[in-house]
Design a protein around this ligand. Structure first.
Ligand code: NI
Length: 437
């Protein structure tokens, strides 16, 4: 495949009028635009102002919760979880989760995301939805201790055996939901499973203030939690001394600023993580928490909220934050060949239309363009400026320039699924699940 005449964001800067050659899922060549070059699959955007960037990564999701968008807005965290979310989840079956995970991938592909890190139930169905739609994913079962009963951990292990490594697109790990829903022996057993399978754990950690009284980070370290790659969502209520057991470990922070702010849980101390050498990557959490699987928003919030609370506008630059949402995301989630546009890298790419008013007065010819581009990407961009997303060189979203108006939604833009049917299923399911308003 040749993608003709686009601007390309590489580590060295921005090059205009380039052709991208994609072979067997990887970037085979990046070269000056050649109008004579031919390939059975040539895509040309004509003279449009299109920028190719590494596709984004959403490092904390619950994709099966698609049907819960907006069901508990402006509620206290406890009401949100125990009165609104959990009773609805009891009504779900595997098919619901399959359609939810397909729908969530449509939303993420629409926003330029190629990889996500998911925790939910019915994980076989989540993996099937990933296989069918075409994104990359880390998947784990959300595990809650039920008094010594290992049923869900066994279910998680079955999913691991069946799906881990699928087309090099799916990694399966283990998902102890949180230290306050899992006993110490249960967490130790899950850590052992992750060790035995050379996999990872994904957990919610210190999301809300009351968790300070419920468990210590030190006690989790004694259970071996940080001896395996440990994806820790939120980490809002941690102090410097809590980070001691994590230093030099395999702990990775999943930062979800809009969820933390909307549920009034607070602001995570990212500068402390940076000083302790802990990697930080960005996630949205579910649409019940922040109402959109939009990593562009999380990038903006990461940069501006950290500046706001520290009083220092130089911290978390646009370029740093963009890297957290791309290269660092792939690296720490176990997909090291993605996240930059260079020869030999996986073709996990997003294409951005830079034609609208929010991309002016930016000029590719400006000598400062290589640094200014990150400012535009983090502070001025909008998720809906994405016109194409590909995973391993395969389109999962492509807005064609011909036909409908550029801003109109079209189910035809999702080549791997029957998007109209997915939307009908999710709407029907939402009516059945959300019976109590
Ligand atoms: Ni979460």
């Amino acid at each position: 495949m040749i993608i003709q005449n686009v601007a390309v964001l590489t580590k060295e800067g921005v090059s205009t009028h380039q052709d991208l050659y994609i072979r067997e899922g990887k970037i085979a060549k990046i070269g000056e635009h050649d109008p004579e070059a031919r390939d059975p699959q040539t895509i040309s955007f004509g003279d449009r102002r299109i920028l190719a960037i590494p596709a984004l990564v959403n490092a904390h999701t619950h994709t099966g919760m698609a049907f819960l968008r907006g069901v508990a807005d402006d509620s206290p965290f406890e009401t949100w979880l125990f009165e609104r979310v959990l009773p609805r989840e009891d009504r779900l079956n595997g098919q619901d989760v399959y359609w939810g995970a397909l729908f969530s991938q449509m939303e993420m592909a629409r926003y330029g995301i190629a990889l996500f890190n998911d925790m939910y139930m019915f994980t076989d169905q989540v993996c099937q939805a990933v296989a069918d739609f075409g994104m990359k994913a880390c998947v784990c079962r959300g595990l809650v201790d039920q008094g010594g009963e290992n049923g869900r951990a066994d279910e998680n292990l079955r999913t691991f055996k069946h799906w881990h490594g699928y087309q090099n697109r799916i990694r399966v790990g283990f998902g102890p939901h949180a230290p306050y829903t899992c006993s110490d022996p249960y967490i130790a057993r899950i850590v052992d499973l992750a060790k035995e399978t050379d996999s990872f754990v994904h957990i919610h950690l210190r999301e809300s203030k009351r968790e300070r009284e419920l468990y210590t980070i030190e006690s989790l370290a004694r259970l071996g939690l940080f001896e395996v790659p440990c994806y820790m969502a939120h980490c809002v209520h941690v102090e410097e001394r809590d980070l001691e057991p994590m230093k030099g470990s395999k702990a990775i922070v999943l930062h979800n600023p809009s969820s933390n702010l909307k549920l009034a849980n607070g602001v995570a101390p990212l500068s402390l993580f940076k000083e302790a050498g802990l990697p930080v990557i960005l996630g949205t959490d579910s649409v019940a928490s922040n109402n959109a699987l939009d990593i562009w928003r999380e990038m903006l919030l990461t940069a501006i909220v950290q500046k706001g609370v520290s009083g220092d506008p130089t911290v978390f630059s646009a370029e740093d934050v963009f890297r957290m949402a791309t290269e660092d995301g792939y690296r720490w989630l176990g997909f090291p060949g993605s996240g930059s546009i260079e020869r030999g890298a996986h073709a996990d790419l997003a294409f951005l239309s830079m034609e609208d008013v929010n991309y002016h007065p930016f000029s590719f010819e400006d000598p400062c363009a290589p640094s200014k581009i990150y400012s535009y990407l983090v502070y001025s961009s909008s998720a809906k400026d994405v016109i194409g997303t590909m995973v391993d060189g395969r389109w999962v979203y492509l807005r064609r320039s011909e036909g409908s108006a550029p801003s109109a939604f079209s189910p035809d833009d999702f080549p791997t699924v029957d998007a109209k049917r997915v939307i009908e299923e999710i709407d029907r399911m939402s009516v059945r699940i959300n019976t109590d308003g």
